[in-house]
Ligand binder design. Sequence first.
Ligand SMILES: *[C@@H]1O[C@H](CO)[C@@H](O)[C@H](O)[C@H]1NC(C)=O
Ligand SMILES: *[C@@H]1O[C@H](CO)[C@@H](O)[C@H](O)[C@H]1NC(C)=O
Ligand SMILES: *[C@@H]1O[C@H](CO)[C@@H](O)[C@H](O)[C@H]1NC(C)=O
Ligand SMILES: *[C@@H]1O[C@H](CO)[C@@H](O)[C@H](O)[C@H]1NC(C)=O
Ligand SMILES: *[C@@H]1O[C@H](CO)[C@@H](O)[C@H](O)[C@H]1NC(C)=O
Ligand SMILES: *[C@@H]1O[C@H](CO)[C@@H](O)[C@H](O)[C@H]1NC(C)=O
Ligand SMILES: *[C@@H]1O[C@H](CO)[C@@H](O)[C@H](O)[C@H]1NC(C)=O
Ligand SMILES: *[C@@H]1O[C@H](CO)[C@@H](O)[C@H](O)[C@H]1NC(C)=O
Ligand SMILES: *[C@@H]1O[C@H](CO)[C@@H](O)[C@H](O)[C@H]1NC(C)=O
Ligand SMILES: *[C@@H]1O[C@H](CO)[C@@H](O)[C@H](O)[C@H]1NC(C)=O
Ligand SMILES: *[C@@H]1O[C@H](CO)[C@@H](O)[C@H](O)[C@H]1NC(C)=O
Ligand SMILES: *[C@@H]1O[C@H](CO)[C@@H](O)[C@H](O)[C@H]1NC(C)=O
Length: 598
Amino acid sequence: MACWRPAAAAAVLTLVCGAVMVGFSSAGDPFAFFDWNVAYMKASPLGVEQQVISVNGKFPGPVVNVTTNWNVVVNVLNSLDEPLLITWDGVEQRKNSWQDGVLGTNCPIPVGWNWTYQFQVKDQIGSFFYFPSINLQRAAGGFGEFTVNNRPIISVPFDTPHGDISIFIGDWFNKNHTDLRKELDQGKALGVPDGVLMNGKGPYRYNSTLVPAGIDFETINVLPGRTYRFRVHNVGIFTCLNFRIQSHNLLLAETEGSYTVQQNYTNLDIFVGQSYSFLITMDQNASSDYYIVASARFVNGSKWDKVVGVAILHYSNSKGKASGPLPDPPNDVYDKTYSMNQARSIRWNVSASGARPNPQGSFRYGSINVTQVYVLKNKPPVLIDGKRRATLNGISYSPPETPLRLADQYNKKGVYTLDFPTRPGTGPPKIATSVINGTYRGFIEIVFQNNDTRVQSYHLDGYAFFVVGMDFGEWTDNSRGTYNKWDGVARSTIQVYAGAWTAVLVSLDNVGIWNLRSEDLDSWYLGQETYISVVNPESTNRTEMPVPDNALYCGLLKDKQQDQSPHAQGLNSSSVLKSMSGILLGAMMLITTLPAFL
Ligand SMILES: *[C@@H]1O[C@H](CO)[C@@H](O)[C@H](O)[C@H]1NC(C)=O
Ligand SMILES: *[C@@H]1O[C@H](CO)[C@@H](O)[C@H](O)[C@H]1NC(C)=O
Ligand SMILES: *[C@@H]1O[C@H](CO)[C@@H](O)[C@H](O)[C@H]1NC(C)=O
Ligand SMILES: *[C@@H]1O[C@H](CO)[C@@H](O)[C@H](O)[C@H]1NC(C)=O
Ligand SMILES: *[C@@H]1O[C@H](CO)[C@@H](O)[C@H](O)[C@H]1NC(C)=O
Ligand SMILES: *[C@@H]1O[C@H](CO)[C@@H](O)[C@H](O)[C@H]1NC(C)=O
Ligand SMILES: *[C@@H]1O[C@H](CO)[C@@H](O)[C@H](O)[C@H]1NC(C)=O
Ligand SMILES: *[C@@H]1O[C@H](CO)[C@@H](O)[C@H](O)[C@H]1NC(C)=O
Ligand SMILES: *[C@@H]1O[C@H](CO)[C@@H](O)[C@H](O)[C@H]1NC(C)=O
Ligand SMILES: *[C@@H]1O[C@H](CO)[C@@H](O)[C@H](O)[C@H]1NC(C)=O
Ligand SMILES: *[C@@H]1O[C@H](CO)[C@@H](O)[C@H](O)[C@H]1NC(C)=O
Ligand SMILES: *[C@@H]1O[C@H](CO)[C@@H](O)[C@H](O)[C@H]1NC(C)=O
């Protein structure tokens, strides 16, 4: 959630962000330190050996488990054979796009180098994940849980669960990310995935034809009668997955930093990049184990039969193995109405507290006047200069060598243009570095119009947006009449069905340059992204952090970069890490209260 500081509509709104403008004081807020070694690791999740990306030898990586307002310090060593950036999906880098870990704000960490991220999770709660943001690396792993807990003094709208369980679901190819990249570079589509992984593992052998013997699957161990919080993330490439647990209700409680109205679902469609928390009570008789399923959605044809992830829910008093057919998915491949209605049913609990004691709904987004409108249209990939590219409003983004934010800082002109079209337009598609000129403290309406035949999901860094509407067909001004102006949920990743639109509203109160992108890795890789530049016209150092001392420099600024000699040559990464840090290894975390360093 953004630190609600509504300027446009201050008169109608309660000011809910008490300590807002007190600079960057993080004095007294605890620090959590992490030392990560990001490296290849051999694994055979679907029975074919390949290189996956591990963090400290783990795939998925270690958990970042912090509390509102904590400072997070992550020293990332790049032991891959290509550049690396880690981004923190949905964690708002408040006033601090310097730490966002995307090419518009950061130079990639060179091979063999380390770089330390440092940011505060100011005024946030919720379930998120981190992942490597460039070069399709997420298709090989590198992701992990990022949880922001409520401070103890803030009430949470449900009883404390018995335990916290993270489940990463995602489509998966037996080809590694470098081969997948090659296919996209050659103008091919990626085709049908080879399967779905759950927590980095292949499916339980529920069907001996579809699943070969010897696949390692995930088992979730639980106690009967207890309620657990399941944090489920779709970290996949492009496939929407239907998530369900045999015989168990999913009580939806939170999504991407907002507490939702609590409702039971027997299954939920989770789109690429989305995160949900479910409260699940172990209320069955354990006559056997139960299937946990994530199956490909909106696809037809037997090639997709294998694109199903299956894990096992094992009660401590279970009387036997799971067997028989999987619980049924919704039977509506050709009709997405059910899914859209399900999406519309996900609403904000306006009376629950978020990161602060005030009710989430005290920010009345529905009464704020919109100051900017962007209709962003996605079309099926097109050829531009002989290359297959993906576009928004006819523009396929090309990341410049110099990060946009650094170019601004050092007055390098011509790196990008602030002329992203507000409407789809009719000209021929082109490759450009065109960015949205956001108005600081404005209120922007973004309508995503999906003219492709595949569902897409879109994500905005630095912010949560209010999801106010979605429908089939073309959006028009009249569509605003259907908007939910009361309890649309605030989140950072939203689906846009094929042939349909989704509208979101965003309060532009976070200064920086923020990535707006397709969360589908192939569309993103092919250029379906842009940035929103949010500049405070007033000259002050209070609304944005200064450039970090350890900033990496590249492109037009590469002369400012000093060599990082100790790690530059061929390394045995873990021993390097050990000698570098001396103290912290593994998923270890140290919490201290250091004086503010700012
Ligand atoms: C929004 O715009 C309307 C019409 O232009 C105006 O009457 C109203 O005062 C504005 N509201 C706010 C909160 O600025
Ligand atoms: C990916 O697989 C290809 C062979 O198909 C291999 O040449 C390449 O080195 C692999 N890349 C990684 C990062 O393992
Ligand atoms: C995360 O931290 C919270 C609060 O400190 C704790 O209750 C919880 O058990 C931790 N969860 C995990 C998965 O470490
Ligand atoms: C690299 O790691 C070392 C040792 O942990 C640390 O002192 C240094 O600040 C790190 N470099 C950067 C650029 O983060
Ligand atoms: C909304 O949050 C309030 C306050 O925590 C809680 O009492 C209520 O049960 C929640 N309502 C629903 C429908 O989830
Ligand atoms: C296993 O899957 C195959 C292929 O989809 C199907 O024909 C067969 O009926 C399934 N077997 C069982 C026992 O469900
Ligand atoms: C959800 O389902 C459980 C049973 O699994 C039931 O106990 C609970 O009352 C339901 N909650 C809501 C809000 O419907
Ligand atoms: C357990 O529940 C299942 C499904 O509801 C039922 O078919 C079965 O008879 C129950 N078994 C026992 C031992 O109660
Ligand atoms: C899948 O459905 C589409 C229509 O939505 C149809 O054009 C296509 O032929 C179908 N493919 C298969 C394999 O059934
Ligand atoms: C961007 O918008 C601001 C107002 O928010 C305006 O002053 C500025 O001229 C615009 N920049 C460009 C390049 O259009
Ligand atoms: C794409 O746009 C065209 C022109 O507006 C329209 O005729 C067509 O139905 C749209 N297709 C989809 C899938 O939205
Ligand atoms: C902001 O600027 C003021 C005045 O120039 C200076 O005193 C202060 O230290 C600066 N604060 C930060 C966080 O850089």
